[in-house]
Ligand binder design. Structure first.
Ligand code: MN
Ligand code: MN
Length: 313
């Protein structure tokens, strides 16, 4: 099973100028062949199907634990797309934007690629053969890094840049993790391929704060008491920087998300959202909960809506 924490793994900026065209490109990182849905579902199925776990525990722990991190990456991509679509209007529905963002998604992310094609389970490789699956995972992380670099170049919206800056660093960690696993199992040294593609992560300005914080060296353990054998694989020196790899015994503490404003023109969450807020308040009071909402958001005063009003007026 999986626990859920209402925080984002990295800080994303509040909505600014809407960018529906850029949001369409970012969809490739969600539901494309090398998107976060693919990494999540590849590692999730490989971990569900893993046989002789006790015999191969370090490798099982590695795949299962990275799967948990990928859930948070899907959340980051969705939040980025939603941020970029905030404040957009029907007039923004152009040839290069994804009309389904408005019509099906209510100005929000969809489980699709940049062309509006649905993500498919055909993107999952979970053969049961550990070396084959780990080799596939290394290839998948390399393709994911390739696509993130291209989206970084193609889209200059601050949310897309913050997203790709973080995911490039974390994807680099996963590339190293699968390379280390394969080296331990077979002796093959895939670290000679780094960086792949051949662009050093530290050259990208949005990656630098994460590298400074050591995020390129850390494998987080996404469980209060399980997956204890990560350190059996995640150890030694980082192949590019030479710094020691470390297991963090807990997930990143995370950042509260911005509470994105209602978009009544697409009925999200309603044509008259204040009515739902009234109902919620009444239900809280009846249940003996505090009158004010208890959730944690980056803008408890609803500042994003005011900023948005300023931009769009
Ligand atoms: Mn990822
Ligand atoms: Mn990954």
């Amino acid at each position: 099973m999986i626990l859920r924490i209402d925080r984002l793994q990295t800080e994303l900026p509040p909505p600014s100028t809407p960018d529906p065209k850029g949001a369409s490109a970012v969809q490739e990182l969600m539901g494309g062949k090398f998107g976060e849905m693919s990494t999540l579902m590849n590692y999730t199925f490989q971990s569900f199907n893993f046989r002789n776990r006790q015999g191969a525990r370090p490798f099982y722990d590695l795949i299962a634990n990275i799967a948990a991190e990928e859930y948070g990456h899907i959340e980051l991509v969705a939040t980025t797309i939603n941020t970029m679509l905030t404040g957009s209007s029907v007039e923004d529905m152009t040839e290069t934007s994804q009309k389904q963002h408005f019509i099906a998604g209510g100005k929000s992310a969809l489980p699709q690629d940049s062309q509006g094609r649905a993500w498919t389970g055909d993107f999952v490789t979970a053969t049961g053969d550990l070396v084959e699956d780990l080799t596939h995972n290394f290839f998948l992380e390399t393709g994911a890094r390739n696509n993130k670099l291209k989206v970084y170049e193609a889209v200059d919206h601050p949310a897309a840049r913050a997203l790709t800056g973080y995911l490039l660093v974390r994807g680099g960690v996963h590339q190293v993790a699968y390379a280390r696993a394969l080296e331990n199992l077979t002796g093959a040294d895939l670290t000679k391929l780094f960086p792949a593609p051949r662009i050093p992560t530290e050259k990208i300005p949005e990656c630098q704060p994460h590298i400074k914080a050591g995020a390129h060296l850390k494998l987080y353990r996404f469980s209060p008491s399980d997956y204890l054998e990560l350190a059996a694989v995640w150890n030694g020196a980082h192949p590019e920087t030479g710094d020691p790899l470390v297991v963090e015994e807990m997930p990143p503490s995370g950042f509260p998300p911005f509470d994105l404003p209602s978009e009544p023109d697409v009925f999200a969450p309603d044509y008259a959202p204040e009515e739902i807020a009234e109902i919620a308040k009444r239900l809280r009071t009846q249940a003996g909960l505090p009158e004010m909402p208890t959730g944690v958001v980056a803008n408890p005063d609803g500042l994003v809506a005011k900023v948005k009003d300023k931009i769009t007026s």
